[in-house]
Structures are given as C-alpha cells and as structure tokens.
Write a protein that binds this ligand. Structure first.
Ligand SMILES: Cc1cc2nc3c(=O)[nH]c(=O)nc-3n(C[C@H](O)[C@H](O)[C@H](O)COP(=O)(O)OP(=O)(O)OC[C@H]3O[C@@H](n4cnc5c(N)ncnc54)[C@H](O)[C@@H]3O)c2cc1C
Length: 415
C-alpha cells in the first residue's frame, strides 16, 4: 500500500521512516526544498523524555497577570480578533485544571517513553550524527517555594517511571559549575540524569538522507500541497502545484500547515502557533556553557550543548502572526542569558524564531481522521515535537498497519 506523508519536519520524516520500515511504500512531500526548514529548524534540542508536563497546568494561571504586565516575561499575549485564538485560549484555561494536567502528564509520559525506546532502536539501526548526548537535565529554581512544589511533581513523575532527584543549590553548582552565575540566587534544582539532547534539524536531515536509500520511499520536495481531493469518504489524491499525488492512504504531518489543509474537509484542528526564540552560540572554551542541559525554570529558558554550540531556547508569544524575529525579544533573551553565563560570546549568536504547533492540552493528535477513511493525522506535538516524534511515528504506524499499538492510542486519537 502506498502512503503519502505530507510534511518533512521532524514528525513527518520520522513518520515516513517508520512507515517505510513497516513495509509501506511511502511518498514524502514538502513545500520546502530541504527537510526541517520550519518549526524543526533550530529548536531547544531537548529530548525531554521524563519532563513532559503540559504547558497548561495549575501553576500557570496565577502567574499569567504578572507575566502579562512584565516586559521581561517569558509569556507574551497579543489578543486578536480571531475566534480560533479565543477558543484555543479557553480550552487552554480548561486544561489547566489539576486533574486534567495530571492525566495528560501520565498520558504524555507513555508516549515519551515509547519515543525514547523508538529513538534508541532507530539509532541502533541507523547511526545519525546530530550531536546526540545523554548528559542529563537540571531544572534550576530560584524560588524555594516553587522548588518545594516541584518536589511533589518529582514524586508523581517517579511513580510513572522518571528517575529524578532534588538537589540543593550547593549540590547543583557542584554538578554544573557553569551555573556559578546563579550563585546566591539559586534555591536548588531537579536533576534527571537520563535526559538527552541533540540537534533536531541534523537528526531530521540525517534520517531524511536514510530515506533516500530506501527503495520503497519517494521524496517530493519543493512540492506544495494545495489541498486534498475527496471523493465520497475517500481521499483520492493530494492536489499539489506539481500535479496530483496518488496514494491509498494520506498522513497529514504538516505542523501548523495541517489546519489549512484540513479546514476545507470540515476538520477544525485545535492547533495554535506558540512562537518561541532560540540562540545558537559558538563555544570557544569548554567551561563557557553548561555541560548538562539546563532549564532556568522561572525564566523558562532552556540550554543544551550541541558539540561546540550552545543552543538556548525560550519564550512563548501567543498571537504572533508569523515566525519573524522580534529584535526586542532577542535583546531580552541575550540580557537574561548574559546574567548567568557572562563569558558567552552573545554577539556571535545566531538568532531564530519558530512556531510550536500546539494543542491546548499539549497532547498531539495521532490517528485516523474523521473526515475521510484513508486520512491519518500526526500533528500538534507543540513544545515537545523532537522529544515525541519517534513515539508518535511508531504509534501512527501501528495504527495504519492495523497491528497492536505499543501504547494505548486513545488519549491521542482525533476527536
Ligand atoms: C523555540 C522553540 C524551541 C523548541 N524546543 C524544543 C525542544 O527543546 N524539544 C522538543 O522536543 N521540541 C521543541 N520544540 C518543538 C518542536 O520544534 C516542534 O514541535 C516540531 O518541530 C514540530 O515538528 P513538525 O514536523 O510537526 O512541524 P514542522 O517542523 O513545522 O514541519 C511541518 C512541515 O510541513 C510542511 N508543510 C506544511 N504545509 C504544507 C503543504 N501544504 N504542502 C507541503 N508541505 C507542507 C512544512 O514545509 C514543514 O516542513 C521547540 C519549538 C520552538 C519554536
């Protein structure tokens, strides 16, 4: 059976790979010339398998007023005359209820551990050079009260298989001396030794190169899909600017472009762009940046070392129309980073902005669409697309193949 996968970001490329390995004939289509040119380009690089709590949680809403008033806030909200924005925000607020967030965390954990296993299995078969390290993750807290609350989350996540511990400020600095700039301000940290990181674009490009070698895969880059042709309950072709693309099944893995593709079929995907920024800073010396991945919790800034580059990612801007770089946000980010890592050469940093394709409750949508019999979705990985890509692809592939799914697919099925 031929499956047409639309989208060559990290989610589409992993989907194409898992489907091809399952024995499907695969056509992978993308409007860009190269894979990973959109949201998967320069993200935070965190493979955050043990830390998948949704963005919506009980701790978020009380913080929102102060975040909205402060110029140095990690969150910026621009209200728009857009019913989709208001509906998404309302659903986000509903998803902040403690019971919902708890259930979502457990469900996302099953997908992230599947992802970790699927990624390790993939790399055993297809070695890809993408700066992949298992260097652990420190979530650093300035506020002792927040650290106390985190203690409860650690206990909860431990019950779901996470290997995490709470460190005092001194223990944190002993483990990661590069955090010395936080001395005197640090309350402590959550340490997860098993966490991984790597460059999402290099991973996606590397896997894309493997796809080129598989006899059952056809690659159609620089090909924009304008819509899906439906006859009765069946999609007959992807209508592209290079002609119709025929297949027996179609997988939409087009990130934020998925909404535009599915709208005409009557499917209103709850995806909204959450804009974020990254800096890629060249490291001249080993001690300039952290060796362990770090999250500065109160500022929501993540740091990951990728070889001789430090990737720094941050901020959630709601209501930004596109992925244009806002110089003020980059200046703020550089200022905040310099406070902790004064030795970094931030003038040499390469800035990037991207849009996270987010659902209100942070759970991706994986499975059969309700708008056609042979249409499948793998979208909405939001802030965790790199982390969840391999598990999402494995789950989708099992569903398409009609075999037992490796985890319960129900929480992720399209509604
Ligand atoms: C600042 C920032 C930091 C992040 N940090 C992390 C992190 O540390 N860890 C993590 O796990 N995740 C992180 N993420 C999230 C992650 O980057 C995304 O979830 C992921 O890249 C989404 O991948 P995707 O394949 O769904 O979408 P995309 O990468 O956007 O791919 C979609 C593809 O579909 C193509 N497409 C769309 N419409 C069409 C069409 N009509 N025809 C043909 N092609 C089409 C596009 O060209 C594109 O190539 C971060 C995101 C941002 C913005």
């Amino acid at each position: 059976m031929r499956v047409c996968v639309i989208g060559a970001g990290v989610v589409g490329v992993t989907s194409a790979y898992f489907l091809a390995r399952q024995g499907f004939d695969v056509t992978l289509v993308d409007s860009r010339e190269r894979p990973a040119e959109v949201s998967s380009f320069a993200n935070g690089g965190q493979l955050s398998y043990s830390y998948v709590a949704p963005l919506a949680g009980p701790g978020v809403l009380p913080n929102v007023p102060s975040w909205l008033l402060r110029a140095d806030s990690p969150l910026r909200f621009r209200p728009r005359l857009d019913p989709h924005q208001w509906r998404w925000c309302l659903d986000f607020v509903l998803a902040c209820r403690a019971s919902v967030a708890r259930t979502s965390t457990a469900e996302l954990s099953t997908l992230s551990y599947l992802s970790r296993d699927a990624m390790h299995g993939l790399l055993a078969q297809e070695p890809i050079e993408f700066g992949h390290v298992r260097n652990g993750k420190l979530i650093a807290y300035r506020d002792a009260e927040l650290l106390e609350k985190a203690r409860r989350l650690v206990a909860y996540q431990a019950a779901h298989g996470a290997d995490q511990s709470i460190l005092s400020a001194e223990e944190t600095l002993a483990l990661e001396p590069a955090l010395n700039g936080m001395r005197g301000k640090l309350a402590g940290a959550i340490y997860t030794p098993s966490e991984e990181s790597g460059d999402c674009r290099l991973f996606t490009e590397g896997l894309f190169d493997k796809l080129k070698t598989l006899p059952n895969v056809a690659l159609r880059m620089s090909t924009n899909v304008r819509g899906l042709r439906r006859r009765g309950a069946v999609i007959t072709a992807a209508d592209s600017d290079k002609g119709d693309i025929q297949a027996e099944a179609f997988v939409v893995a087009s990130g934020l472009g998925s909404r535009t593709l599915l709208g005409p079929l009557g499917e209103d995907l709850p995806l909204y762009p959450l804009k974020g920024y990254s800096l890629s800073v060249p490291l001249a010396h080993e001690d300039e940046g952290p060796a362990i991945s770090v999250t500065d919790y109160e500022r929501r800034i993540v740091y990951a070392r990728m070889g001789k580059t430090l990737r720094i990612a941050a901020m959630v801007d709601i209501g930004s129309a596109d992925a244009a770089i806002d110089p003020q946000r980059i200046a703020l980010l550089k200022h905040q980073v310099a406070e902790i890592f004064p030795k970094l050469d931030l003038d040499a940093a390469v800035a990037w902005a991207g849009l996270r394709p987010a659902t209100p409750g942070s759970k991706p949508i994986i499975g059969p669409s309700r708008s056609a019999q042979n249409l499948w979705l793998n979208v909405g990985q939001g802030a965790l697309g790199f982390t969840l890509a391999c598990g999402s692809a494995a789950l989708l592939t099992a569903q398409l193949a009609g075999v037992a799914t490796p985890i319960d697919a129900t929480p992720f099925l399209p509604k």
